[in-house]
Design a protein around this ligand. Sequence first.
Ligand code: NAD
Length: 487
Amino acid sequence: MDAMTDLPLFFDPTRCFIGGEWILPNGQETLPLENPSTGEIIAGIARGRAADIDAAVTAARAALDGEWGRTPAAERGRILSRIGQKVLERVDDLARLEALDVGKPLKQARADALALARYMEFYGGACDKIMGGTIPYQEGYTVYTLREPHGVTGHIVPWNYPMQIIGRSVGGALCMGNAAVLKPAEEACLTAIAFARIAEEAGLPKGALNVVPGLGEEAGAALTTHPGVNHISFTGSVGVGIKVQQAAARNIVPVTLELGGKSPQLVFEDADLDRALPFLVNAGIQNAGQTCSASSRILVQRKIHDALLERMAERYRALQVGPAMADLDVGPLVSARQKQIVSGFLANLGGARIVAQGHIVEGVPTGGHYLAPALVADIAPDNVLARDEIFGPVQVVIPFETEEEAIAIANGTDYGLVAGIWTRDGGRQMRLAKAIRSGQVFINNYGAGGGVELPFGGTGKSGHGREKGLEALYGFSVLKTVAAWHG
Ligand code: NAD
């Protein structure tokens, strides 16, 4: 066994988790799972299809009608907190699984496992704290509201941050008493299946969580069209998001869409550049830039543009790219396809210039999908690299003169997920925080450490609805108004 690639499999990835049972999928087929650092197939995962999704939805409904549906809120909280505790006990195994599956450096994978634990703790603590209210009304009535679960919630997650996205999405849904059916991504889903095993060990009642791995067009599409699903949370690309919303519309089912981004950081000449610099670069290269909230546009006031560009370039030249388990600055991209897409952008610079690149360390496995991070400047505003989501370690640096121009450039894409503002001017901080079209705005930081408490979601083509924080729980529940006439 190779210590660098050995998988801690404490579950069977060839099976679906349905109604508390580990079941071979219909057709009994597996899909190959690749280690992006080596190109080797490291596991076969269950190829769930429509029949398995149907069984999972049925099991979820039975859970709502049975033990899970009768579990008091405080007890739900204890169970979720216990899951969080068990995630912590397994944190090293989970980090290893995610690193080998996604290709992300081990310490980034470990941070994701800790975030998953934190989501379960946070939502465990929230189970009995989301309340309805009473409404003053006409004489003879008592009116109150109840917050109730939707019922069966469908969760479709991508490959880039499986643990974090499962935590915020499934965690929020279970908190409000829904029963979840999770379809993880075919490129990386080991931690999703591991999570089911952990939830089982923690005593989550049968059917409250069901996991059906499989292809997007098979298992994913079956989940979005299933008439027994009452809410869908989708995290992924804009193209698939549109399909999901269309499918859900046929059943009049609400959806939360967490889609892509082209998030800017705006750096003004009065900014604390020493503080800003690591944030500017890390936000572009974390997880090899395969992050929805990656900051792929750095807008810099003209007076400091050249000097800041050079300081960023210095950092880029020092970046080391290598296998996930070597735990360097940047790992490989998730797949040959992803590498091809990102390389395609870099091969068509359209007059822009690569100022600096990181380097791939010697001796990386030839089958890995390595790509040197690239810092791009001298770019026209209408260049696709300045407008489209690249989803790789590529940042473009764009100069601006005035605050108005900075706002116009920042708001000049179809997306609106995250933005960072770097300035010491308090008035400007407030003006920009209002003017920038974005779900989250960070002042003199970027990401704020990713806190689970902070509501997250997009505007425009970045999606709609909010996950994370308490705010998510309003989306994972429905309000019922009860008006009692008693004379
Ligand atoms: P993707 O849309 O291709 O796949 C996401 C998920 O959807 C996968 O589980 C896939 O199997 C499933 N899927 C594919 N086709 C489907 C269909 N027809 N019906 C139902 N499900 C289907 O996205 P990706 O390439 O895996 O992920 C990258 C994208 O995700 C990027 O655009 C990124 O910005 C976005 N993303 C957004 C967030 C966020 O929170 N806003 C977080 C992470 C990733």
